[in-house]
Design a protein around this ligand. Sequence first.
Ligand SMILES: [Zn+2]
Length: 273
Amino acid sequence: MIELPEAVVIARQITETVGGKRIAAAVANASSHKFAWYTGDPAEYNDRLAGKVIGRGTGVGGNIEFEAGDMVLSVSAPIRYHLQGEKRPKKHQLLLEFADGTAISSSAQMWGGFFCFRAGEKGGLPDYDLAKTRPSPLTPAFDRVYFDTLFDVETPKLSAKAFLATEQRIPGLGNGVLQDILWTARIHPRQKMGELSEQAIQAMFTAVKRVLAEMTAQGGRDTERDLFGRPGGYQTVLSKNTVGQPCPACGTSICKEPYLGGSIYYCAGCQRL
Ligand SMILES: [Zn+2]
């Protein structure tokens, strides 16, 4: 899956790089993948897409969504651009060959959605309405008043990680971007929401907005790759790249441990339980 900053960055690159290109051929499900999802029969993708011209791309939660004529493609896996004559990947779940000899392809990581549906329809996308109707943290509509509406009677029992990064409460905010958000807010991922002061909640809200905006402005995280296979310019504080290294704020060694289906990274000095 991909997360909000990379979805926005790759969607913008799609608009700039392949917008206006005509699809010569589309191949979906060339390599079978246990956790790849399509709209209807992937064998029909060529009929739906051949001859269509790529339009604008947008990042919607953790999905890269772009127009192809009267169709919409919504992809929740990284997308790569290929030049004329450049070798295409051996395995992929979606390949669009353009009339000018360039192409884009996408391969599922742990899982991935490769939906293709008529504009205005839902195409079988799980959580589509959620991602579409909830304001993006990158927009002014995601303000403190809106953030407070995400809290309910169950919230105090949830950990900070569970609150921010599960149930698609904030579409596109997953376990990857979560780490630096909580470090910035100085909140431990296991901390119960009910134990947080008003000051800490405000710090959490501010960090969600600020860190996601920084990651997006800098072309995504350095742990992820863009449309051209380049790592993003945002240097992660807490990630697989920095585990064991000293925290830039206090010098404590950065730890990694499994928690709630995925690794958490934190600084025990800055993020006290
Ligand atoms: Zn620290």
